[in-house]
Design a protein around this ligand. Structure first.
Ligand code: SF4
Ligand code: SF4
Length: 167
């Protein structure tokens, strides 16, 4: 399915999902990176050594979950837009997702936007909690969005009314 559509199958996602006890603890990065390509900015972006050194630049990223604090630096650094941070228990009923977003206009904090799944289908609403950009405006902007808790591993993009222009 991944090869044909670019959308990962359940078994692909299961391979990259952090263990449940890690996900329960707080925000953690999820690397939805499935293709062996020469790429390693996630390794260089992580200041906590949570992305293991690549033996071969074509390797898929290996993650030490114990070191990841969900900071999201790897989300901004990944040119493949393949990394997300998920905090399942953001509130009793909602989860927080940090996702890369490279369209303009960027949404405003507090704005309610469409929550999209990996195939681009609208599955509900999301509230923008933060719009994160490095001071030097390097890397991809990272949106922090709040969604219904059962959508934590479903929502991977958003749509903003009037948006759609790439930077
Ligand atoms: S979220 Fe932060 S700590 Fe975790 S892997 Fe990414 S850069 Fe490292
Ligand atoms: S930077 Fe992104 S695409 Fe490149 S290896 Fe890391 S997760 Fe995969």
């Amino acid at each position: 399915m991944l090869r044909q559509t670019g959308v990962p199958a359940v078994e692909d996602l299961a391979r990259v999902m952090p263990p449940e006890e890690v996900r329960r603890r707080g925000p953690v990065a999820i690397f939805e990176c499935f293709e062996r390509i020469p790429c390693d900015p996630c390794y260089w972006a992580c200041k906590r050594g949570a992305v293991r050194p690549f033996k071969d630049i074509n390797d898929l990223p290996g993650v030490d979950w114990e070191r990841c604090n969900g900071c999201g630096l790897c989300v901004a650094a990944c040119p493949g837009l393949a990394v997300f941070v998920v905090h399942e228990g953001y509130t009793d009923s909602t989860s927080l997702i940090k996702l890369p977003y490279e369209f303009l206009p960027l949404p405003e904090v507090g704005q309610v936007v469409e929550a999209l799944d990996r195939e681009g289908n609208c599955v509900g609403e999301a509230r923008v909690v933060k719009v994160q950009r490095s001071r030097e405006k390097v890397g991809t902007p990272v949106l922090w969005i709040e969604v219904e808790r059962d959508l934590a591993h479903v929502v991977r993009n958003i749509a903003v009314a009037g948006g759609g222009q790439g930077e």
